[in-house]
Design a protein around this ligand. Sequence first.
Ligand code: NAD
Length: 430
Amino acid sequence: MTGIEEASLERAPLEWDTPLFHTAVSQFEQALPYADVDEHVAERLRYPERAVVVSVPVHLDDGSLRVFPAYRVQHSNVLGPTKGGIRYDAHVTLGECAALAMWMTWKCALLRLPYGGAKGGVRCTPRELSESELERLTRRYTSEMMPVIGPQEDVPAPDMATDEKTMAWMMDTYSMQKGYAVPEVVTGKPISIGGSVFRAEATGVGVVMVIERACQRLGRPLEGATCVVQGFGKVGGVAAQDLVARGATVVAVSDLSGAAYREEGLDVEALLDWSHNQHRPLIERDDCNHVTNEEMLELPCDILVLAALEEQLTAENAPRIKARMVAEGANGPTTLGADSILAERGIPVLPDILTNAGGVTVSYFEWVQDLGRLFWSRDEIRARLGEKMADAFDRVWELSESRGLTLRRAALVVGIREVAEALSARGIFP
Ligand code: NAD
């Protein structure tokens, strides 16, 4: 029994102790036997380094005042500043941020980015807030977090319901308090204030880079492969477009309204225009068939890309999945139960911490460009992203083959090893 656990038993449970945090810790425990980690180092990594709770008062447009709970959790700063998104969501908790922060640590380490993991959020219903209310919320949240964020401390990015506008407000608030422009305090900013070209496409393109490499290793050509893409937003939309560019056939895509399906292949460009430019639901297209989101997950295809939200493949539907490969563009779309069923059925799952890491990798490039005040071209960024994704993929694939691990377990082990080695070298202070 460890000190921090004993303390929690004597008093109340620890503040971040939630089911999602338990899932993150269980995955860590399951990976540990393969990671050769010193027990003291492992014990340190079971806990977030810092968890901050603040309350954010906001004057609403109707003159009333509301106070929103808000969080920032930093899991590990062993390798460098912590890095992770800020989400605006009605269900965000300290435990959710702690779990996501831990996953960010493994993801950054797997990609060999000099970062640890963090995650933050404000508990609110963003669609019920006007733009000016969101701006006041963001600016006050940033002010409350001033003591713990910074280019060398903790670098936020967009996540659920936050975007480049949110990052512009954060960058401006931080810069106003410092007295000079500090673009490197956040990533995912507009290009006009130090954002990076190619950041918007990076996650979706990275997903396809990983799929392409997996197809090569498995000896299955991507050209001509049939693909189903759940979620047609920033990640799924770009992934679908890039799959088509590489000669694959996208037979189904979905948004919240349902799925558009055409066995001979969809016109992805037309659907992107419909969905992203005209903001219309896919269900209203009359030139394709429609199935529900649940049904589309079970369509026969070569590659199923999950790019919507968490917990989509479960122990309940995993036995009926007909895809020959699953790629996780979203975070946590496959439950632990579904994972073991898919493994038993021999369906490879390309895990989120590898597959969707293109976003944080180009965020890292954005931070480096901001710090150096020197900006790279689109082609240069795409090439560097390709190198990083291929290198991480190969390390995961080789460990998976040599130790007989699933790709998810191998990805976690590779990430954990990087952090543990650094912590062992540095030692635990004092
Ligand atoms: P987004 O909001 O742009 O798109 C989400 C898409 O999923 C939308 O098309 C939405 O209609 C659809 N959707 C929502 N609920 C659905 C449901 N129940 N069934 C089917 N579709 C549904 O978000 P995004 O940025 O594309 O993120 C998608 C996922 O990828 C999230 O899990 C996010 O955490 C993860 N991710 C995103 C990035 C990034 O750079 N944007 C990076 C890493 C991971």
